[in-house]
Design a protein around this ligand. Structure first.
Ligand code: NAI
Length: 712
């Protein structure tokens, strides 16, 4: 259906010629009552004549249209609107079109050149529009057009005054669009190109003839129709083509670091990145603009958060090369203290997807449960707090951009089941710094103690994009390695959906990185939506293994290693694939919906129980105690130096079988990193126990009281 303006009253300023005339004719042709305003000035704003407006009114009337002339300057805004009210009783549409030019190169621009241009274009549009505003507001309908210019958008030699006024009109329109929205008052801006008396001095005659005002007018009519919901738009229009413009903003770069002054050198050094429009965003409101600034503040606040996956602006690779491994390795971060009780344990369990729907989850969700326990992977939380307290950025030799940090890998080992409350103290050390070319890897070892006793060990592998190339080594013997899963179908697969609020819940356990909750922050990092914490997927995978292979018994959990490969979006389903190889369970986690691998090279080691327990040893010949000593050997290997510090003694065990000496073992927890000897011990033991193989195993299993055994 054709667009009608029947019943509408339109004011077109400067309608005595050029573009304005065309608009007036077209509105009238479609039924509008038109106020044809024109001062009848020359192109520089001089002179005055009623002829121009009268001629257009005559043209309209000759075609059966409704129009009146008005000869006031737009500087008398009220009078123009009054003309509409007097003649037609209302005002629906205002097209701010009147204009003049006073082109001069900038230093030659006089006060008058400047003022006249501002007065006619910007102030005139303001005065006319303000006079119409309340009428539009009361009738809940209004359409306003501002006429800007390419000169304002892009600049043009000799038009400093004009450019300023024209872009001033865009600023005016942007705000009117916001203030008018709820009254159905829409304000849009056009930057036209057409042959007219204004352009005939700058364009060749054939172009002036070809770029007809009738190729601009249809856009103005559409924008002014009540069917059109466009508001606050900016359009370039001419020659029959129309395009819309918007602002584009580069992803930019944070050039400040927490607690450090910002300086121009940092701006210089990041200039290319600041100006790089790759993956640029298109902010459309001051709210959006401000939101990203707020996100920057939040990000700087949580600057040491290596929570999970990339932080904002992660894809860039600017070598900051501020790494000095010799200085950094061995540095200790300030110790941190973490106080918690059952609430944190339960919150964490919920955060990694535990639910009362599953009855055997209750031991992790209900503090009144007889076996109430803390999930083993909660062990990452106090150590993570150690880093959030602000350590990493203060390490000498680690002058890196902390916005470029990715959480690459995680290792956690428990030395005893975690308590469900208390105070844990963590001590973090830079174990190694590797040069991977495109980036650096910082290996951070964190020991966590409860009342002086070592409870768990974490190793964070943190990848710093763009910080490589400092000439360091590529690998480290200190790094806990990832392991590929066996080449066969998994022995077990568990699929578990995360909820839409999984990240919102998980972050309450202490990783406050806005990347996991704030959509605009996530967008700055190149993500379609806030992503789940890598350590949340890690928690999901670990509890799947614990349930599948250890009957949810946290005391069976020894250690876990994972590599974070890809992000997960809250609401997606996690598919944990598991392979059992003795007490080692290899894991791979995928997003079920996309089949993308998110955790790779991962495994969990469980403590031996049933299959490898002494009870199940083949009887006859071998001693049952042998297996226990092998386990002791393994623990000494992992923990020897800690144990030596605490125990500082050598124990010998004479194991008897059928009343005869059958084996001798010596546990040295006094010298070096500790050791286990089989057979005659050359040194001196502080204590020697003689015990039968059966009693020893029963004692280890807790079936016999050690004191009773000693007495025997
Ligand atoms: P034009 O000179 O043909 O029309 C402007 C009209 O405004 C004239 O009839 C003039 O008498 C009138 N006018 C001047 N001062 C006035 C005042 N104080 N009160 C009332 N009327 C007044 O020029 P054209 O090309 O039709 O321009 C229309 C609008 O489009 C202007 O705002 C101009 O800046 C803008 N524009 C035009 C371009 C083009 O390619 N023609 C390019 C970019 C912007």
């Amino acid at each position: 259906m054709s667009l009608s303006f029947e019943g509408r009253v339109v004011l077109v300023t400067g309608a005595g010629g050029g573009l304005g005339r065309e608009y007036a004719l077209d509105f009238a042709k479609r039924g509008a009552s038109v106020v044809v305003n024109d001062l009848g000035a020359d192109t520089k704003g001089g002179g005055k004549s009623s002829a121009a407006a009268d001629k257009v009114v005559e043209e309209i009337k000759a075609k059966g249209g409704k129009a009146v002339a008005n000869y006031d300057s737009v500087e008398d805004g009220e009078k123009l609107i009054q003309a509409a009210l007097d003649s037609f009783g209302r005002i629906d549409i205002v097209v701010n079109n009147a204009g003049i030019l006073r082109d001069r190169s900038f230093p030659r621009t006089s006060d008058l050149d400047w003022d006249l241009i501002q007065r006619i274009h910007l102030r005139g549009s303001f005065l006319v529009t303000r006079a119409a505003w309340n009428h539009m507001k009361n009738q809940k309908f209004g359409r306003i057009i501002m006429t800007a210019s390419a000169a304002g958008i892009y600049g043009n030699f000799g038009q400093a005054n004009y450019s300023a006024a024209k872009l001033g009109m865009l600023g005016l329109a942007n705000t009117l669009a916001i203030e008018g929205r709820k009254y159905n008052i829409h304000c849009n801006t056009i930057a036209p190109v057409a042959g007219s008396r204004l352009t005939e001095t700058v364009m060749p005659p054939d172009l002036v003839a070809s770029l007809k005002p009738e190729y601009v007018s249809p856009l103005v009519l559409w924008l002014c129709h009540d069917q059109c919901q466009e508001n606050g738009g900016l359009f370039e229009v001419g020659a029959g083509w129309i395009g819309k413009l918007r602002w584009e903003r580069s992803r930019g770069r944070i050039v400040r670091q927490k607690n450090q002054p910002m300086n121009p050198e940092a701006v210089r050094d990041q200039w290319d990145k600041i100006c790089d429009f790759t993956d640029a965003t298109k902010p459309a409101s001051t709210g959006e603009s401000l939101q990203s600034m707020v996100s920057v503040l939040l990000q700087l606040e949580s600057q040491e958060t290596v929570g999970a996956n990339p932080t904002a602006a992660s894809a860039s690779a600017v070598s900051t090369s501020g790494i000095n491994p010799a200085q950094a390795i061995g540095q200790k971060l300030p110790p941190s203290t973490f106080n918690f009780n059952h609430i944190q344990c339960i919150l964490y369990a919920l955060g990694v997807g535990m639910s009362t729907k599953d009855p055997d989850h209750l031991r992790f969700l209900y503090e009144g449960h007889p076996d109430f326990s803390c999930l083993p992977t909660f062990g990452v939380i106090p150590s993570q707090a150690a880093m959030m307290d602000g350590g990493l950025s203060s390490v000498p030799g680690l002058n890196i951009d902390f916005t470029q940090v990715l959480h690459g890998e995680q290792y956690l080992e428990l030395y005893k089941p975690l308590p469900t409350s208390g105070e844990l103290t963590s001590q973090a050390t830079i174990a190694d710094v590797l040069d991977k070319g495109s980036g650096a890897v910082i290996i951070l070892d964190v020991n966590t103690y409860s009342r002086g006793e070592l409870v768990c060990f974490n190793q964070f592998s943190v990848f710093v994009v763009g910080a490589g190339g400092f000439g360091g080594k590529r690998t480290s013997e200190k790094a806990k390695a990832v392991l590929p899963p066996p080449q066969r179908a998994p022995d077990a697969v568990v699929i578990d959906s995360t909820t839409r609020d999984q990240a919102a819940l998980y972050r309450l356990s202490g990783d406050w990185n806005p990347l996991h909750i704030d959509p605009s922050f996530a967008a700055m990092g190149g993500f379609q939506a806030p992503i789940l914490h890598g350590l949340c997927s890690f928690g999901f995978a670990a509890r799947h293994v614990l349930k599948q292979f250890a009957a949810n018994d946290p005391s069976r959990f020894k250690s876990i290693k994972v590599r974070f490969v890809k992000p997960v979006l809250p609401g997606q389903s996690l598919q944990t694939e598991m392979w059992k190889e003795g007490n080692r369970i290899h894991i791979q986690s995928k997003v079920k919906e996309t089949d993308a691998v998110v955790l790779s090279g991962a495994y969990i080691d469980l403590h031996a129980t049933s299959e490898a327990s002494p009870e199940n040893l083949p009887q006859g010949g071998g001693l049952q105690s042998e297996l226990v000593f092998e386990e002791i050997r393994r623990r000494i290997k992992d923990l020897g130096s800690e144990l030596v510090k605490k125990v500082n003694a050598v124990f010998s065990w004479e194991i008897t079988k059928d009343g005869k000496n059958a084996a001798q073992w010596t546990i040295d927890l006094k010298n070096g990193g500790g050791a286990l000897h089989k057979g005659p011990y050359p040194g001196k033991a502080d204590l020697t126990f003689t015990v039968s193989d059966e009693n020893f195993v029963q004692m280890v299993q807790g079936k016999l009281n050690p004191q009773k055994v000693m007495i025997k």
